[in-house]
Every structure is written in structure tokens, then in C-alpha cells.
Design a protein around this ligand. Structure first.
Ligand SMILES: Nc1ncnc2c1ncn2[C@@H]1O[C@H](COP(=O)(O)OP(=O)(O)OP(=O)(O)O)[C@@H](O)[C@H]1O
Ligand SMILES: [Mg+2]
Length: 682
């Protein structure tokens, strides 16, 4: 092994090739880095002994990590001669089962159509479920599919008997995942409208759902509809079938070694798939050797049903012995940052304690950037970003938010300044329906200002639609339109006058009140004034639970973050719209890049200096400079969480990405995030 590896890394690499190994170590200690060196050692050993060439399945958590490993395998001479498949678990599972005609359901509309075309015969058999479908008319398709997938993630199998179901629930309880199942139960109660019923009715609903689930899983597969969890679920069942028929991969197609990075974020389905794959890739009864790599302190997907117990007790869950290796030297971050991490994590009770020692050269810059309010905080952060982008000491700079909403204004501001950036978030608000409505209103205002409105009646109707929570009812809209058109208005003012004489209520409000709101909006001079009024009076852009399925933004609208940056646009509505559009395009480009499996796609991302991401997406990466956004009490921990330790781990993931420079952004009119104090940063 080369001398660049430290002693514990070498120890890990040089373990006997056929052993199952667990590598449990903190962020930045070179876990991912050591992985290929271990492969190299195994290849060399096989050569020495004249054994057949080893074949590795390397499983990474994200596509970006996969591309990085592939890149190193291809271009780094040290790793020439390693025969490996690098995949995410989903992609690999899908490769086992996909065939032409199988459709992967990723959009809400696909799910709706799968329910209407694929599931109606199944739904018919279940009275409560068909009632629920009738009532919600397809508005709950995504919720249904999320539930169907949740049962799969948690490791339920559609061939389970009632007794097996009960046993599995016990298993989930032991794993600490019962809460996740209970959340699922709550969703079922709401969908089946039994939330206020007695325990017996609720239990019946759960039983009805489970029977439905079993039928639905089978039916959807038969109809060629697949969800993201299905990529792994059906691969797991495929292996089970092969194993039952005593089939095994032949010759060079057999993986001798299966290595999984970020193993702390594995759910029961992932575990089962890996177990089956290991058993399937056996040779003369000897299964493929496993290497599990992870850090229980970075387990951040508990809310999706993953369990760090699998990495903490691999012997229990794989029923096989493991050799454990620990790395304790941090190469990524200088001492200051490692100290913050240690202090922060010492507040978590459920963890394997670890030593952390930094050998990264130089001193870390650690800062807390204070600002008075949210809008000044965004401006101050932008100043810092401009400075860091120019600074040649930093090749990559990341802005990390707890939620996408923290990144939201920066996408517009950076687009406005034509700064290239790559955004990596769980959802893209700019591509959503809510944003389209929002921009359409801004455009309408700009058109009114410029006397460019084609149809004044339609303009007034569009605004009316957004006043109050729901749009205008079809009949009301028609009547109001007929009424206004009677006077043939040629301007928005005329149409508004006509609206004032409408004899009926509009959305249960007097025409006077509606007209007053519209007048105020028309009078607003600046973008800020308009958005301020919009926020107060156009509730149609606000919470709209009917629409939350098509656009998660409707669950918790955050246009206020755009209002905060709108002041600088003064009365230039067009510029504001243009920059929002640029942000949308930048989001689309980022998505294209992240879907690009080619080396060019990977290099494009690596060569981008500015990165915007949510903390969950930051895992496994490193950046010279990291700015943790909104390090305030209301963002870190998330208000919705019940698991403070997981939130703390997420904060750790965020700050442990930094190689040289770490900055926490604070807004002084809010309290600081408790994690800042715990880490000793404030
Ligand atoms: N022995 C070493 N000598 C020099 N640099 C090293 C060594 N080991 C690791 N590194 C560097 O340290 C950094 C962190 O390594 P790596 O990303 O593998 O850590 P990790 O343990 O996988 O972290 P995470 O838990 O965040 O995924 C990388 O830049 C890597 O190149
Ligand atoms: Mg790693």
C-alpha cells in the first residue's frame, strides 16, 4: 500500500480479501478515499495467489459519488486493472429487472394515470379505499404512492401472511422504525376518513389497507408500473426467486466483493436487497464478501425509514461475522472545524463515540455572519459570496440550507448577477405550478403598468381567482365575465368599474371589498409593495392543500423570501420576472447536469465554483468554503422534527463539508440555532 495512506487506512485496505469488513469512521477521515485502495489490494492479492480476477460491485449513495468513483477508476493509474461496477442501489436494482415497456413513475401525473388505468379493479374490491378515491378524485395519487412505497421501504413484502406482518412490525419496533410506520398509519386514517373513529375501526382500516397494498403491488407490476422503491423491491424478489431455484451468476459475471458506501442510511428494503445480492453472488456456497462503510453520526434519513442500527450491529442483521475498522484522522478539515464537530456530536446520546484528530494543513476560518433581519442577511451573504468567488484560495464554495427555501433568494440574486452556479435540492420550487401562478401575476402587473393588457376582463378575473384561498367557481367566473363584458371595457380600469356594479357576492365577499383589493394592487408602484400586498391579500397563492400534490410548494409557501429581495428591483417588474426566469433555467440546467451520466456532466459540476444545496444533498461532498444558511432557531433544527439527534447530525453533515472556510449566517432578530452554541461557534 502506498505511503500516503495512514496506518489505520492501511490496516483497512490490507484485511484478508475474503473477510466481511465494517469501516466506521467520521466525516473526512478518508472512508470513500480508501475504498479503491482496498479494491487494489484485493486485486493484487488475487494476482499473487493466481486466483481468478476479483469483480467488485461498488454502491454509492448519489449519482455524483458514483461518477467520482468511476472517474478515479478510469483516470487514476493507481487504480488501473480494478474490475468494478459502480452504481447507486436504485440504478443497480433497476438494471436487474428493467425491460422495455416498464414505466418508472416519477411525476404526479404518471401516478394519477397509473391509479386510473392500472389500479381501478383492485380499488373496487375495497369499500373504504374506493370511497376515498371517489371523494378525492385523483388528488391524492401521490400520497397513495408514497404509502405504497413506504411499506416497501420498511421491508414489507406483498406475499406476507398476517402472522408475518405482525412479526415484521415487531422487527421495526426493535429497529426504532415503528414511528415511521405509525406516521404511515396516520396517513391511512386520514385517507380513509377514520381519524376520529374508535381503535377497532382504525385497526380494520389498517388491515384493509394491507390487503389492498398486497393486491396493488402485484397489479402494478403486472401492468408494468414501477416506483423508485420498486427498482430495489423487484430486484430483491428477483434474487430471492433465483436463489430458490438454486441459480447463481456464472464465471466473470459474479461479484466477488460488494462494497457499500454511506451504509448508515440504509432502509430495511435496501438491507434485504443487499443480503439477497450477497447470497446470490456466491461461489460454492461462499457468498460475496461485504464491505460496509459509514458513519452513524451522519445518519440523516431516519424520516425516510433508514436505520443506523444496521451499521452499528452488522453481525445481527447479516448473520455473519464482520471485522471492524476505525479511522480517526481527519484529512478534510483543520482542527477548528473538527473541534466544532466533536463538541456538537457529544450532545447526542445514541452514537458510537469516536476520536477525531485533524491533520489537514492550515488554519480554518470560522465565522458567524450577523445581520439585523432576513433581507439584510441575504445582502450580507451575497457580499461574502462575491468575495469568496473571487478568492483563488477557494476552488469550490457551497451554500448549504436546511431546506430549499433558504437557497431560494440566492438563486435569483446569483442569476441576476450572471454568476454560474449549480443547485442541488430535493425539490425545485422554480419549476413548480405555484411559481407559474406567481410569475403570471407579476407579468400581469407589468402589462398593466405598460398598458399592454390584451384582455382587461381576463386580467381582472385572474386576480379575482387568487383572492381568497380557492379559485373562482366555474359558474361565478362565467357570470362575472358576462357582467363585465357587457360594457365592453377597453382598459383594466373600465373592467374594474364594471366589477363594482356586479350585484352578487364574489367568493362570499362584497364586490366593494374585492375591488378595493384589486385597486390597491393596481396602485402598487414597486415590486416590493406589490408583493407585500400579494402576500396579504392574494391568499390563492398561499396554502392550497388541494394543490399540494402537484407542487410541494403549496404545502408551505415561501414567496416571502422573494419579497425580501424584491426591494432592490424598485419598480422594475420586468427585471424581477427576468431574473426569476433565469433562476428557473439555472435549476433546469442543474437537473440536466445531475442526470448526465457522462464524464462531461461530472466535470461540469466539479468545475463549477458555486454550489447551492440542501444539507441532505451535501453528504459525501467537500468544499473549500461552506456557508451554512439561516443558522437560526427556526431553521436548525427543523420545526417539524421530532428527532433532535437526527437534526444535530444533519448540522454536523453540513459543517463537516468545509475544508478551509466555514461561515454560519445568523439573523439577529431571531434566536440562534441551539446547535451553534453546542458546537461552541457562538
Ligand atoms: N491518507 C490520506 N492522505 C491525504 N489525503 C487524504 C487521505 N485520506 C483521505 N484524504 C482526503 O481527505 C478528504 C476526505 O476523504 P473522504 O471524502 O474519503 O472522507 P469520508 O470519510 O468518506 O468522508 P464523508 O463521511 O464526509 O463521506 C478527501 O479530500 C481525501 O482525498
Ligand atoms: Mg465519503
Amino acid at each position: 500500500m502506498p505511503n500516503i495512506l495512514n496506518r489505520s487506512q492501511k490496516k483497512f485496505c490490507n484485511l484478508p480479501p475474503n473477510k466481511n469488513v465494517r469501516l466506521l469512521a467520521p466525516a473526512g477521515s478518508g472512508k470513500t478515499y480508501s475504498l479503491l485502495w482496498r479494491c487494489k489490494y484485493i486485486v493484487e492479492k488475487a494476482k499473487e495467489k493466481g486466483e481468478p480476477e476479483p469483480f467488485f460491485l461498488l454502491v454509492s449513495f448519489t449519482r455524483a459519488a458514483k461518477l467520482e468513483l468511476e472517474y478515479r477508476l478510469k483516470h487514476d493509474d493507481d487504480f488501473a486493472g480494478i474490475h468494478a461496477t459502480v452504481r447507486t442501489l436504485n440504478a443497480w436494482g433497476w438494471e436487474q429487472v428493467k425491460s422495455p415497456g416498464k414505466e418508472l413513475l416519477t411525476s404526479v401525473s404518471q401516478m394519477r394515470s397509473a391509479i386510473n388505468h392500472g389500479l381501478f379493479r383492485v380499488v373496487e374490491k375495497y369499500p373504504r379505499i374506493s370511497q376515498s378515491f371517489e371523494k378525492t378524485k385523483g388528488n391524492t395519487s401521490k400520497t397513495w404512492f408514497d404509502l405504497i412505497d413506504l411499506y416497501k421501504s420498511l421491508g414489507f413484502v406483498h406475499t406476507m401472511t398476517k402472522a408475518e406482518y405482525k412479526d415484521h412490525v415487531k422487527y421495526l419496533r426493535e429497529l426504532g422504525l415503528i414511528k415511521i410506520l405509525e406516521e404511515g398509519y396516520k396517513t391511512i386514517y386520514n385517507l380513509l376518513d377514520v381519524a376520529n373513529e374508535d381503535g377497532k375501526t382504525k385497526n380494520e382500516s389498517i388491515r384493509e389497507f394491507f390487503s389492498f397494498w398486497k393486491d396493488a403491488v402485484e397489479r402494478l407490476e403486472a401492468q408494468n408500473y414501477f416506483t423508485l422503491e420498486d427498482q430495489k423491491y423487484w430486484a430483491m424478489l428477483y434474487f430471492k426467486k433465483q436463489l430458490a431455484a438454486s441459480k447463481a451468476p456464472q464465471g466473470i459475471t459474479r461479484y466477488t466483493h460488494i462494497m457499500i458506501d454511506e451504509f448508515q442510511d440504509i432502509n430495511p428494503l435496501d438491507l434485504e436487497l443487499i443480503k439477497c445480492a450477497v447470497a446470490y453472488h456466491s461461489n460454492k456456497g461462499k457468498p460475496a464478501a461485504l464491505t460496509l462503510i459509514g458513519d452513524d453520526d451522519q445518519a440523516i434519513f431516519g424520516w425516510r425509514g433508514t436505520s443506523p442500527k444496521f451499521i452499528l450491529y452488522p453481525e445481527v442483521y447479516f448473520g455473519a461475522p464482520f471485522v471492524t475498522c476505525v479511522l480517526d484522522t481527519n484529512y478534510r478539515s483543520p482542527k477548528g472545524i473538527v473541534d466544532l464537530s466533536s463538541k456538537l456530536l457529544s450532545n447526542n446520546l445514541e452514537r458510537e463515540p469516536k476520536e477525531m484528530r485533524s491533520v489537514a494543513k492550515g488554519r480554518a476560518t470560522i465565522k458567524v455572519l450577523h445581520s439585523k433581519g432576513q433581507d439584510t442577511s441575504i445582502e450580507t451573504t451575497m457580499k461574502l459570496v462575491r468575495k469568496l468567488v473571487k478568492d483563488e484560495r477557494y476552488q469550490q464554495v457551497a451554500l448549504v440550507g436546511r431546506r430549499h427555501v433558504s437557497l431560494f433568494p440566492y438563486q435569483v440574486l446569483m442569476s441576476a448577477e450572471e454568476m454560474p452556479y449549480y443547485v442541488n435540492a430535493d425539490i425545485d420550487i422554480y419549476a413548480g405550478e405555484a411559481m407559474k401562478d406567481y410569475v403570471a401575476l407579476l407579468q400581469l402587473k407589468a402589462d398593466i403598468k405598460n398598458d399592454k393588457v390584451g384582455d382587461p376582463v381576463e386580467a381582472i378575473l385572474t386576480i379575482c381567482d387568487k383572492i381568497g384561498k380557492r379559485g373562482l367557481a366555474k359558474n361565478d367566473r362565467r357570470d362575472l365575465e358576462v357582467h363585465m363584458r357587457r360594457v365592453r371595457p377597453t382598459s383594466v380600469g373600465d373592467a374594474l368599474k364594471a366589477l363594482k356594479t356586479y350585484p352578487d357576492l364574489i367568493k362570499n365577499k362584497s364586490t366593494g371589498a374585492i375591488a378595493a383589493t384589486i385597486e390597491q394592487l393596481l396602485r402598487a408602484k414597486t415590486v416590493y409593495q406589490f408583493l407585500d400586498l400579494e402576500e396579504k391579500s392574494l391568499r390563492g397563492l398561499d396554502k392550497d392543500y388541494q394543490k399540494k400534490e402537484i407542487d410541494t410548494h403549496y404545502k408551505e409557501p415561501q414567496f416571502s423570501r422573494l419579497k425580501e429581495i424584491s426591494k432592490k428591483y424598485k419598480n422594475d417588474f420586468e427585471a424581477f420576472i427576468r431574473d426569476i426566469e433565469r433562476a428557473r433555467i439555472a435549476g433546469e440546467r442543474s437537473r440536466e447536469k445531475s442526470n448526465d451520466d457522462s464524464e462531461k456532466g461530472y466535470k461540469d459540476i466539479v468545475n463549477t465554483k458555486l454550489h447551492l444545496m440542501t444539507a441532505t444533498r451535501a453528504k459525501g461532498h467537500e468544499f473549500d468554503a461552506v456557508i451554512v444558511l439561516d443558522a437560526d432557531e427556526d431553521e436548525w433544527p427543523s420545526r417539524q422534527t421530532e428527532d433532535i439527534e437526527e437534526e444535530r447530525r444533519l448540522f454536523y453533515v453540513a459543517l463537516s463539508r468545509a475544508k478551509k472556510y466555514l461561515c454560519f449566517v445568523r439573523t439577529n432578530d431571531k434566536a440562534a440555532s441551539p446547535f451553534l452554541k453546542e458546537a461552541g461557534a457562538e
